[in-house]
Design a protein around this ligand. Sequence first.
Ligand code: NAG
Ligand code: NAG
Ligand code: NAG
Ligand code: NAG
Ligand code: NAG
Ligand code: NAG
Ligand code: NAG
Ligand code: NAG
Ligand code: NAG
Ligand code: NAG
Length: 527
Amino acid sequence: MASFNLVHFFTFLSFIINFVPTEAQFDRSIFGPSCQYFNRTTPKSALALNLRAILSDLSSNATAKNKPFYNTTVATKNHPESTVYGMFFCWGDVPPEHCSQCVASATKAVFSDPDQELFCSLAPYAYITYRDCMIRYSNISFFSTPDLTSGSSSCFSVDVSNKTNLISLYSKTINQVVEKASNSGVGEKKYATKEARIAGFKTLYCQAQCTPDLSPQDCRKCLNFSVAETRRTCLSDLPLWDRNPSCSMRCDVYPFYRPSTSPPPSGFLPVTHSSNTDSQAPAYLSQKCSRNQTNITGDTTFRSNLNTLFTSLSSQSTTNSGFFNDTVDTISGFFMCFADLSPTLCELCIQNATQTISSECPSSREAAIWYNHCMLHYSDHPFLPTLDTTPAYRHFNIVDTFKPNPQQSFFTWTLAESVSQLRLDIAAERTNTKNYGIKQEKLNDKQTLHTLAQCRPDLSPSDCSTCLDNIMRNEIPWCCLASPEGKVLYPSCYIMFGLSPFHTEASQVEPRKPDTSSPATGEHAVI
Ligand SMILES: *[C@@H]1O[C@H](CO)[C@@H](O)[C@H](O)[C@H]1NC(C)=O
Ligand SMILES: *[C@@H]1O[C@H](CO)[C@@H](O)[C@H](O)[C@H]1NC(C)=O
Ligand SMILES: *[C@@H]1O[C@H](CO)[C@@H](O)[C@H](O)[C@H]1NC(C)=O
Ligand SMILES: *[C@@H]1O[C@H](CO)[C@@H](O)[C@H](O)[C@H]1NC(C)=O
Ligand SMILES: *[C@@H]1O[C@H](CO)[C@@H](O)[C@H](O)[C@H]1NC(C)=O
Ligand SMILES: *[C@@H]1O[C@H](CO)[C@@H](O)[C@H](O)[C@H]1NC(C)=O
Ligand SMILES: *[C@@H]1O[C@H](CO)[C@@H](O)[C@H](O)[C@H]1NC(C)=O
Ligand SMILES: *[C@@H]1O[C@H](CO)[C@@H](O)[C@H](O)[C@H]1NC(C)=O
Ligand SMILES: *[C@@H]1O[C@H](CO)[C@@H](O)[C@H](O)[C@H]1NC(C)=O
Ligand SMILES: *[C@@H]1O[C@H](CO)[C@@H](O)[C@H](O)[C@H]1NC(C)=O
């Protein structure tokens, strides 16, 4: 299970406001503006005029110059105390058109919200960070000087069998990216990434970068400081990221950076025939009867309680929410229909599920069954209300010795981006339906990636986010996805992705197919 621990060590008071710019899709304020909100100036002062001037300077130069970095100085004659220094910087993986859009949104945001205007536009210092860019201005010159005083960092723990191994792999990889990023001269891009296979299908993705105005020595010093800082704060956990206004480093177990700043590759992705699980009709996927097959044939009470539970679940399958849980004596059960499946299809799916599971798992105290459009579980011990990860259904097309081409790398990154955004949107309750979100991203002229994430509606949005994060960090085999479709279904939440839409109009439950759960080829993982 992934866990987080966010450590802020701003040495001055900062004010964090979250907002979402609407223009640029992938522009998202992760950390929000951070402005020094004391010692603010007055609206009519020379300093206030220069603060406004610098924002418009940054914004117009971002659109005009198509460069990832720009610094500027605005001064008023005879008022040296009102001189303002400013810069914008786009992270190393950001394509030029996203860069100018991001800077434009960031500068605009300082004025668009009255609260932010109050705090930021009159603040003598601001550092505003977005998904793709940052802007920074101050009445104290900061060019060419690493700022080690104001940063923040976060740690995470990841499910691996050998943690010692992972920590040493982490140290080795982060040292390599730090060295590579700081190896170019003043004014040049200082950015590096590196991937390292951990074990199984887990991969460590690391990134380091400095603003280009730093010298190689200062860049190394800044990143060294970040690495040391996270080591100090994260103790036995892994550092996730550390970021200050001059440099940043981040490692994670999913591809969080774009594979390239070039436009998306135009070729099509290969699609395997296994995509029949994404068909329009509700289709049986798999089932799991518990290994603990206590003899319940003789336990008539259990049997009769189970039948009562099935009747109850089945009768509720037309409820609009597509979810229902119930407890009969000691047995708890629930069903969930995926996405916004029509009540008719939900009912069909659940009726088939209750009938199939009772005939296929006649002596199980716990069982689960999965269809393309619904799942049903029961157990004689209570479900964990927050994060239930077993039994799980997983389906991917995996190739262990995978050398992704540019289309595939772009797909993997797009998927990671979609899942993290769905997770953030659900956690912040920005989606129309609680604990449910769907996203479409164009991969090329013909192919669109559809991603769906949903949790049990009785989970809190933040537990939902934790559950989805667990799938993202611990389940998806990011290194080795050979085709753009897959699903992971936990009892508490699930993620599905593929090239066809999820909205379904079909009216037939497909016949059960032979069980394909023995992964004979090694290319197919169905558990
Ligand atoms: C705020 O202003 C006071 C007085 O002018 C000064 O002593 C203090 O250092 C300033 N604080 C900052 C963070 O600039
Ligand atoms: C920056 O502006 C603040 C607020 O007006 C002021 O207190 C501070 O003295 C200024 N610092 C410099 C170096 O001009
Ligand atoms: C940058 O913006 C300023 C103010 O809008 C403008 O005067 C200047 O020409 C711009 N510089 C470049 C290089 O585009
Ligand atoms: C940009 O930063 C450099 C130092 O990295 C400085 O020499 C130069 O004067 C700055 N440019 C402007 C327009 O302030
Ligand atoms: C973990 O990995 C380290 C380094 O590769 C090795 O020395 C150690 O024996 C491993 N521990 C376990 C429990 O496998
Ligand atoms: C960065 O850290 C490494 C190892 O901890 C050390 O060898 C190197 O001298 C440091 N570099 C700087 C510029 O601090
Ligand atoms: C199997 O289920 C029974 C009844 O719930 C329980 O008493 C027993 O401990 C379980 N055995 C195992 C190995 O989980
Ligand atoms: C299960 O229990 C019933 C009734 O108690 C008994 O007739 C049957 O032989 C048992 N089956 C097994 C596999 O133990
Ligand atoms: C449904 O699940 C919730 C946990 O999310 C639990 O508190 C509640 O008791 C359950 N309801 C029934 C009828 O089992
Ligand atoms: C489930 O649906 C399929 C297709 O309609 C049907 O063949 C099968 O008999 C159904 N199973 C049950 C137990 O109703």
